[in-house]
Design a protein around this ligand. Structure first.
Ligand SMILES: Nc1ncnc2c1ncn2[C@@H]1O[C@H](COP(=O)(O)OP(=O)(O)OP(=O)(O)O)[C@@H](O)[C@H]1O
Ligand SMILES: [Mg+2]
Length: 259
């Protein structure tokens, strides 16, 4: 009897989540088209007309419309990606052999530059730009069998968080890889705001953002870590975090090595 009640409770939650996911997917698809049109036109006006023809107010307004439109588009894309990953099973993963150091260097470069321009590499393992330094400690021969696109997504998400939740003028981020024989780990360490013990479990829940004076208003949905957790589960791996408020955090992805 008790078991039956429990089963019904789980079913109710699942049905609720499914309905939520369908609703999210519908909203994001509906938002995508008008947003693309707004962004396309604002971009066209900005690039075609010479800026001298605009009053300073019009120029500023156009730039702001374009900036906010692009931001909103990225938010909707994240929502769509969340829905896509939610429906993934192990069979949807595109496994291949990845050279980890190469992948990490590309992700670090993307994390510090928001344009085509390359970041500087003072040494072959440190990538830096405008006060953000990403040090990579990874053997150049270390290989991982996993879905390359998804590993890149997770690395970029963890690097973005390490930069975002960090109010230091000089942001130092350390990326370390290790082969433990039965697993391969990627750790991303920052010296930013850190997370309180009571918030650590909650940060993996969807739409959860730690909202207080320490981090302030932050961009995003609070979905990045939920997606990372789901991707790690699909790989049969785990994500763990060690954090100290005010001192920083270490997020570790651990992939099993198939026997
Ligand atoms: N490196 C970090 N340092 C301190 N707090 C963090 C760190 N990474 C995540 N958090 C906390 O966990 C919350 C959830 O992170 P998550 O990546 O899921 O969402 P987000 O970055 O706020 O939004 P999104 O990833 O959807 O753009 C964040 O809002 C933040 O409060
Ligand atoms: Mg995030």
């Amino acid at each position: 009897m008790e078991q039956e009640a429990k089963k019904n409770e789980v079913l109710k939650t699942l049905q609720g989540e499914e309905a939520d996911n369908r609703m999210l997917s519908l909203i994001s698809h509906k938002l995508k088209t008008p947003l693309s049109i707004i962004n396309g036109y604002s971009e066209a006006i900005l690039s075609q007309a010479s800026k001298e023809n605009f009053s300073p107010f019009t120029s500023k307004a156009l730039e702001e419309i374009h900036k906010q439109g692009t931001k909103l588009c990225a938010l909707v894309d994240n929502l769509l990606f969340f829905n896509k990953i939610n429906s993934f099973t192990h069979k949807d993963l595109a496994y291949k052999t990845i050279n980890l150091k190469e992948l990490l260097k590309t992700c670090a470069n993307d994390a510090v530059t928001h344009d085509e321009e390359m970041a500087t590499m003072p040494s072959s393992s440190t990538i830096s730009k405008s006060g953000t330094f990403i040090e990579i400690d990874c053997s150049s021969t270390l290989e991982l069998k996993a879905d390359q696109e998804l590993v890149s997504f997770m690395t970029q998400e963890l690097l973005a968080n390490a930069i975002k939740f960090n109010n230091k003028t000089e942001k130092i981020i350390k990326v370390q890889c290790a082969n433990h024989g039965d697993s391969i780990s990627i750790s991303i360490r920052d010296y930013g705001t850190g997370i309180r013990p009571q918030d650590v479990e909650k940060i993996f829940e969807r739409f959860h953002q730690v909202d207080d004076y320490f981090t302030g208003q932050v961009d995003g949905w609070g979905l990045g870590l939920t997606i990372v957790k789901k991707i790690m589960e699909l790989h049969g791996g785990t994500i763990s975090v060690v954090s100290d408020r005010g001192l920083g955090s270490i997020f570790t992805l651990s992939f099993p090595i198939a026997a």
